[in-house]
Design a protein around this ligand. Structure first.
Ligand SMILES: Cc1cc2nc3c(=O)[nH]c(=O)nc-3n(C[C@H](O)[C@H](O)[C@H](O)COP(=O)(O)OP(=O)(O)OC[C@H]3O[C@@H](n4cnc5c(N)ncnc54)[C@H](O)[C@@H]3O)c2cc1C
Length: 333
């Protein structure tokens, strides 16, 4: 690991100012950043430690939603009574990630900003446009079982790794930030993550030094919520394919459905047209096939990850059909 400067932030704005300096990086739980520094994948010259800031808590909003502080741990968030009762898919997604020890350290903001698990990103001897722009993409034609099949570019096929972010996408979360000049932004999560295009080194729309202060959720929409994750091991493994879903309907009839997918794209993958195809449709008719076609428009496997395309189709179809099967209890409706 290379040597670096270190300071503890005393206020969000102070953190944003310090974080805007060239070579600076925020550190929250450190469960991703420190690994990347040890491998010299990331080499910040100064760390701005957010550990002394108020984590922010989990509080109801005036609109009937929830405001989650950036520093709230993944464990605390998954155990919050309102999250468990009103946003169960968020609790399920959190508990499907990492391990209890990691979730105790990992924060809401750090989880959103964790970096890809593409093996070529982690291997500094390999070509990787995300880690070292212009060097190429080792995953194309390489060992790409964990990589993305949709939303990719010729420069990068890395998949987004977070389970929690997939749930946040289905829940229409908004990311609140503060910048070095004290201005705040509210960024809908649908516009928070960038697709790789020619600039795969930029994961999000955040500016240098822009600090996440909170994530807000609107009131939960009606319907059965769930997070399903397929992975190589039963625990402590990243998603091959996952689906966060909120499905309103009964007796095989869908009123409305939302679903976001993990493991298949450079960001949590949600396609409005695919959801619209299910509005008012039967779960046993052709609509689910059509919805999956729209979800996966332009999808292409890269060899070892070809299986993800049929796998996500089957998972979405199963999850939606199960949610409206006769006798299924409706929650949050
Ligand atoms: C062995 C292992 C298994 C794992 N398995 C899973 C899994 O199955 N599913 C899953 O989703 N995750 C998994 N993880 C990832 C884990 O969830 C993340 O490491 C964790 O959520 C990151 O949070 P952190 O607070 O530790 O972030 P840090 O490592 O401190 O920071 C991560 C990034 O966020 C930035 N950052 C942090 N806070 C802020 C802020 N307030 N504003 C702006 N930028 C900020 C940092 O600068 C850094 O770039 C696993 C990790 C490990 C080590």
């Amino acid at each position: 690991m290379r040597s670096f400067g270190y300071e503890r932030a005393g206020s969000p704005q102070g953190a944003a100012q310090a974080g805007a300096a060239s070579g600076a990086a925020f550190i929250a739980g450190g469960t991703n950043l420190l690994d990347l520094m040890k491998l010299e994948v990331e080499t910040p010259t100064r760390l701005v430690d957010l550990g002394r800031l108020d984590p922010g808590g989990v509080h109801p909003t005036a609109e009937g939603g929830l405001r989650i502080g950036a520093g709230v741990s993944n464990s605390a968030l998954s155990a919050d009574p309102t999250v468990r009762s009103q946003y169960p898919l968020l609790a399920q997604a959190l508990l499907a990630g990492a391990s209890p020890q990691l979730r105790n350290r990992a924060t809401t903001a750090g989880n959103l900003l964790q970096r890809t698990r593409c093996v070529y990103f982690y291997d500094t001897a390999s070509a990787c446009n995300k880690r070292a722009p212009g060097t190429g993409c080792g995953a194309m034609g390489g060992v790409n079982r964990m990589n993305a099949v949709v939303g990719t570019s010729s420069a990068c096929i890395a998949a987004h790794p977070s389970d929690m972010a997939v749930a946040m996408m289905a829940l229409d979360a908004t990311v609140e930030t503060v910048t070095a000049n004290g201005a705040g932004r509210r960024i809908p999560i649908t516009g928070f993550y960038r697709l790789p295009g020619n600039t795969p080194h930029l994961d999000t729309v955040l500016q240098p030094g822009e600090l996440i202060t909170a994530v807000t959720l609107p009131p939960p929409p009606p319907g059965v919520q769930g997070y399903r994750k397929i992975r190589d091991r039963a625990s402590y493994a990243f998603a091959l394919v996952s689906v966060a879903s909120i499905v309103d309907g009964s007796d095989g009839q869908i009123r409305q459905a939302r679903f976001a997918c993990g493991g298949i794209a450079p960001r949590p993958w949600r396609v409005e047209a695919a959801e619209a195809a299910l509005t008012g449709a039967r779960a046993d008719g052709p609509a689910l096939d059509r919805a999956c076609d729209l979800l996966l428009q332009g999808a292409a496997g890269h060899g070892y990850n070809d299986f993800k395309i049929p796998m996500v189709r089957r998972l979405v179809t199963h999850v939606v059909a199960q949610a409206v099967r006769p006798g299924q209890e409706q929650r949050n409706g």
